[in-house]
Design a protein. Structure first.
Ligand code: TPP
Length: 667
């Protein structure tokens, strides 16, 4: 379909039974983003601001929506929804400070334009990646549903962004879980410059909704009363009867994607046709035609709005540029959390690694009634490794949730839950599959606290590792993918005691965690595990063996390989089990290096760019004076994990490690 303007040259408004006051309130709300835009375009020409994403021509959608919802219902806007922010009465001087990268903005200068949220205003802003927003709305909707709050959440998407897989996942989860979420697609005919017919092969999004088992409604997005009435009606209905509804708002973007990119690619006639349908001018004319807006009121309201804008701009411009503060930048990467280690009490039982994980998870579920478990087949089936066996019966299907096959949406929903004060644990069926949830972890969970102070109380469990001839996609070690991302914490236990204690610790902390659990340890090792609830200190390594000739620094399966190797070779070694990879224990590393003067790092992950590379570089820089030999490391071969057992054995580092260890001891 070629995107065309509706045939009518004017918009048809219907005031229904709205009072004059309501109509005027909507008018005042509608002119605010337009008057801000006019001002921004002048400032841009004057070189006083650097970038502007215009929503000119689309204002009626944001304004209709924001006015139709209750002030404590969440809205998740995109880059053309200035009206959502102004409609929630954000202080304009803070909004402008945000646009200018000033300290008093919502991100302390750390993120730009509309990339922020404010819990106070019940707004969760976007990240650049567009699609991930939808799943966060699912999580917020789920939280409302679980706590029996009769609320609706509204999330925006562009028509271009609907091609992202996240759009599909977000809608599908909402439909399957009957979440009270309104998905508003602003169908404005173009992505950045790509017209709709090159973006998708259907005509209207109302055709898509039913495919998801979801009602879908189309509105003329330039008609503020139509948007307002539609959202008002749907929201009322959804609050009583929770379910998602897709609203397609037909509209047009009258300016470039951002100001510098222009609109040359848009046929002139389209611009002209849509100009006739300007949402602000048409509504204004309507109010005048029915005698609700007279010249004096129009002038008064416009003056009031302009005055507020000008005064706020003055405040924002007067604010000095940010003075960078190193400590503050680092401190804000994580939500404040100071762990008080809980010591075990009473009896212990011999438990397998897998049972220790299950035990910890069960006790955390008992301790935190707001903890929600989500993962594929974790319900009745108990998960593919049976860690949640019996959990659904014990804790109920609301808290132990089988999910559709969609890692990204579920991790995003975990963040949405966290925004509403819940805790979430997401089980990856295999750590390998996290690649399709990667964006949510590294760009949403990891960055959100640094960006605008929201924590992400989400633990992702990662059944990891090779050794069972499961091939390249069920065997990977991928902790290094995340080690490089500020804002995450990573724990990786090697024994049943730590498996339980670290899982409890991760679930207690309000920051995002990756919890790696080696599949080959599940049923192959046992140990004494305290029966009571306890936590293990995060960021603290432990000596698995004490010796004198050499230090082996490792984690996870590496600990077991190292123990076996020193026994076989008759070597006396410190074996330092890192336990936490991020933040890792620099003190313990320095201490063992000082003690033995010889160090080798061992991990199952492939060698290049692995965690060993980072820690060995740190040792070289900070412990050089205590070293009696080169810092060494060994890991798996730099290939994918092969399937055939003999190839896999060769891939893994055990034999090469023994050789290197001997070499190091004899150095
Ligand atoms: C994942 C991703 N790919 C590409 C972009 C670059 N980009 C930003 S906005 C945009 C177009 C979005 O179109 P649409 O969703 O229709 O929203 P509109 O801008 O028309 O409101 C593109 C391609 C991005 N931000 N994120």
């Amino acid at each position: 379909m070629e995107f065309t303007a509706p045939n009518a040259q004017t918009l048809t408004f219907d005031r229904r039974n709205h009072s004059d006051e309501t109509l005027l309130k909507l008018y005042e709300s509608l002119i605010m983003p337009r008057r801000i835009e006019e001002k921004m375009l002048i400032l841009l020409r004057q070189g006083r601001i650097s970038k502007w994403f215009s929503g000119w021509g689309q204002e009626a959608i944001s304004i209709g929506a924001v006015n139709a919802l209750a002030a404590d219902e969440f809205i998740l806007p995109m880059h053309r929804n200035l009206g959502v922010f102004t409609g929630r009465n954000m202080p304009l001087e803070r909004l402008f400070a945000q646009f200018q990268g000033k300290k008093s903005g919502f991100t302390k200068g750390r993120d730009r334009s509309f990339h922020f949220g404010s819990i106070e205003h019940h707004i969760v802003g976007m990240i650049s990646h567009l699609g991930p927003q939808l799943a966060i709305a699912d999580g917020i909707g789920l939280a409302d549903k679980l706590s029996g709050e009769k609320k609706v959440t509204l999330v925006f998407s562009g028509d271009g962004a609907s091609s992202e897989g996240d759009f599909h996942e977000g809608l599908n989860v909402a439909a399957v879980w009957k979440l009270p979420v309104i998905f508003v697609v602003e169908h404005n005919g173009y992505g950045l410059s790509t017209p709709s017919e090159e973006q998708f092969a259907f005509n209207y999004f109302t055709e898509k909704g039913p495919g998801y088992g979801m009602e879908a409604v189309r509105v003329q997005g330039n008609n503020v009363l139509e948007v307002y009435d539609t959202i008002l009606r749907l929201a009322k209905d959804i609050r009583e009867n929770p379910r998602p509804i897709l609203v397609e708002a037909i509209t047009f973007r009258m300016r470039g994607h951002e100001e510098a990119s222009g609109t040359k690619y848009v046929p002139k006639n389209l611009m002209e046709e849509w100009a006739q349908l300007d949402p602000v001018e048409n509504y204004e004319a309507y109010l005048e035609s029915i005698g609700v807006l007279d010249a004096a009121t129009k002038e008064k309201l416009n003056k009031k709005v302009k005055k507020a804008i000008n005064e706020a701009l003055e405040v924002a411009f007067a604010e000095e540029e940010i003075t960078p503060n190193l400590e503050e930048e680092l401190a804000d990467v994580y939500a404040p959390f100071s762990q008080k280690v809980i010591e075990p009490e009473g009896s212990s039982t011999e438990k397998r690694f897998i049972d220790a994980i299950s035990d910890g998870l069960r006790q955390s579920m008992e301790k935190y009634p707001n903890l929600i478990l989500m993962g594929q087949d974790i319900g009745e089936y108990g998960g593919v490794f049976k860690i949640t066996d019996g959990f659904k019966t014990k804790f109920g299907g609301d808290r132990v949730r089988n999910t559709p096959l969609c890692e990204s949406a579920i991790i995003g929903a975990g963040l949405g839950l966290s925004i509403k004060g819940f805790k979430a644990m997401v089980e990856m069926q295999f750590a390998d599959f996290v690649s399709v949830g990667f964006n949510q972890i590294v760009n949403n969970l990891a960055k959100i606290h640094y960006r605008w102070g929201q924590n992400a109380d989400v633990v992702i469990r990662m059944p990891t590792g090779a050794g069972s001839a499961a091939g390249p996609f069920h065997s990977q070690s991928n902790e290094a993918w995340f080690f490089h991302t500020p804002g995450l914490k990573i724990v990786y236990p090697s024994n049943p005691h730590d498996a339980k204690g670290l899982l409890n610790a991760a679930l207690e902390d309000s920051n995002p965690y990756l919890y790696f659990e080696h599949k080959m340890l599940y049923r192959s090792i046992s140990g004494s595990v305290p029966d009571s609830y306890y936590t293990v200190e995060v960021g603290k390594a432990a000596l698995a063996k004490e010796g004198s000739q050499v230090s082996i620094i490792t984690y996870g399966m590496g600990v077991h390989w190292a123990v076996k190797a020193i026994e076989e070779l008759g070597i006396s070694a410190d074996i330092l089990d890192l336990r936490t990879l991020l933040p890792w224990d620099q003190e313990a590393v320095a201490e063992t290096v000082k003690k033995t003067g010889k160090v080798i790092f061992l991990h199952e992950d492939t060698l290049t760019g692995g965690i060993g590379a980072e820690i060995c570089a740190w040792i070289s820089e900070h412990c050089f004076r205590w070293l009696d030999a080169p810092v060494m490391r060994e890991g798996s071969m730099d290939t994918p994990v092969p399937f055939a057992p003999k190839l896999e054995k060769q891939f893994l580092p055990t034999e090469r490690f023994k050789k290197k260890l001997k070499e190091l001891v004899g150095y």
